[in-house]
Design a protein. Structure first.
Length: 225
């Protein structure tokens, strides 16, 4: 069993929460909806359609055969719009909870400026624990996300053996897929963070080479130009 031959990972298009954070201009923001309530903006739907047109333009030997998606509406909507723009029907779709965004627990509705303003003790905890290990109350560390992604990829190895896979998910998922595939030492997140931010509707592609996944393109948004 060799696992998938090719993986394309897509971050969802611009969401309503992304837009709210952008419009805050770095000022404190408390967003009033959770992950299961956030949809795409009009721009996000146009970005998702551009993803679909890009997938339609791939050679048959490179096009995805199966799809795995985060359960969150902004990811599922990205795939639905992309699929319509691609014009393909019948691709097997699996919604997997392990592809959800990093959970921020008690801090989920606050942007960075609001956390600094309202929860200075969390900033102290973050500095003490480090970026890889810091876990907000009721949330996840980057290390926690890595654990569930490794479990997901172990199952994917069997479920998508010999097939080309499309993953539609979130910035933390795409970033940490690179971490896992590259074999970067845990806690050495700074080496991976140089590839951030993961942009909305970006495409990141890996192919199987000698038993490992080798990156071909990462965080590519040329299709959105």
């Amino acid at each position: 069993m060799s696992g998938p031959t090719r993986i394309i990972a897509v971050r969802h298009g611009q969401s309503e929460a992304n837009l709210a954070h952008e419009l805050s201009g770095g000022r404190p923001l408390v967003y009033d909806r959770g992950d299961h309530e956030v949809a795409l903006t009009d721009l996000g739907r146009r970005q998702a359609a551009a993803v679909g047109r890009t997938l339609a333009g791939l050679a048959a030997a490179d096009a995805p055969e199966v799809v795995w998606c985060s359960p969150y509406p902004r990811a599922r909507e990205t795939w639905a719009v992309a699929q319509r723009a691609w014009g393909v029907a019948g691709l097997p779709l699996t919604v997997d909870d392990r592809l959800r965004d990093r959970e921020m627990g008690a801090l989920a509705r606050y942007n960075r400026a609001a956390v600094v303003e309202r929860f200075p003790e969390e900033v102290t905890r973050f500095l003490a624990a480090g970026e890889y290990s810091y876990r907000p109350a009721g949330g996840e560390s980057f290390g926690d996300v890595v654990v569930r992604l490794r479990a997901f990829l172990a199952d994917l190895r069997e479920a998508a053996d010999g097939r080309r896979v499309l993953i539609v998910a979130h910035d933390a998922v795409v970033l940490l897929l690179r971490h896992v595939f590259a074999g970067t030492p845990d806690a050495a997140l700074a080496e991976i963070h140089r590839f951030t931010p993961i942009l909305n509707a970006s495409l990141s592609t890996w192919r199987a080479v000698d038993g490992r996944m080798e990156v071909q393109a990462f965080n590519d948004v040329t299709h959105l130009a």
